[in-house]
Structure formats: C-alpha cells, structure tokens
Design a protein around this ligand. Structure first.
Ligand SMILES: [Cu+2]
Length: 148
C-alpha cells in the first residue's frame, strides 16, 4: 500500500515536470514572394519563436506542391548557393528568422503556376517536440533587396 502511494506521487511529480518542460512555438510573418511565370520554385519565410524552456527543431514542412524542402543559403565568394537543410533549431526562449539569404522554405515544382500576390499557401510545419503546426504563407510582392 505504501509503495503504491509513493508510485502515484512520483508519477504526478513527473508529469507536472514534463508538462512544464516543453517548447511553446509561435510562428509569425509567414510569407512567400511572388514568382515569375516561368519559375520552378518559390521561397517561403517566417519567424519562429519559442517561449518554452526546451529547444525545438523544425524538421519538415508539407504543402500542396510536388516538393517542399527546407533550405539554407551558403555564400562562397559572394555567390549564394542554396543547400538542403535537415532542420532548423529554435532554441528555448529564442527566435529564428527564416529570411532571404538564410534559411527558407522552398516550394518546388510550380510548373507554370506561379505564386501570385494575394494568394495564401496553407502549410503544415513539423516540429520534433511540438508536432504539427498549421501556418499560412501570404504571397507578397518581391522587393529589390529580396532577390531570393
Ligand atoms: Cu531554396
């Protein structure tokens, strides 16, 4: 009897600890730039905030395109090259910006159906800890400094 009580108390303590130690993810400014009619892909950008006390990691994204990938951008001799990224870590209490020239989402396989200003792209982000989070990317006009 004594043992049972102890076990129950331990379980309660453990689960309340587990409930506190988790990432709290908020996604803002999800947007994509309009693309020219012949573009095969378009970039998606956003800010991901983690108000929790545990790191989380964006490990995937799905949307209604033939292929969607996470990319990072590396500069070699001033030339930007996109690379596939396995994931993007969002540190506890921190924020990560997916911005032109850095991490971004690549919507691929547009095939003559460009991203147009005013459209929204529903997508599902997949986080290691937080699971799936639904977002909508607003398609906005491309600006000079945001070439990618
Ligand atoms: Cu890319």
């Amino acid at each position: 009897m004594k043992l049972t009580t102890l076990t129950a108390a331990t379980l309660v303590a453990f689960s309340s600890y587990a409930a506190m130690a988790e990432p709290v993810i908020t996604v803002t400014d999800a947007r994509a730039f309009e693309t020219p009619p012949t573009a095969m892909s378009g970039g998606g950008f956003m800010h991901i905030k983690n108000d929790g006390d545990t790191d989380d990691r964006l490990i995937g994204i799905t949307a209604d395109f033939p292929k969607v990938e996470l990319h990072t951008t590396e500069f070699t001799d001033g030339i930007a090259k996109m690379m596939h990224a396995d994931g993007v870590t969002v540190p506890a209490g921190g924020m990560v910006a997916l911005e032109p020239g850095g991490y971004h989402v690549m919507f691929m396989g547009l095939r003559g159906d460009p991203l147009e200003v005013g459209e929204t792209i529903p997508a599902t982000l997949v986080f290691e800890q937080s699971g799936e989070i639904e977002v909508r990317f607003d398609v906005v006009a491309r600006t000079m400094e945001h070439s990618h």
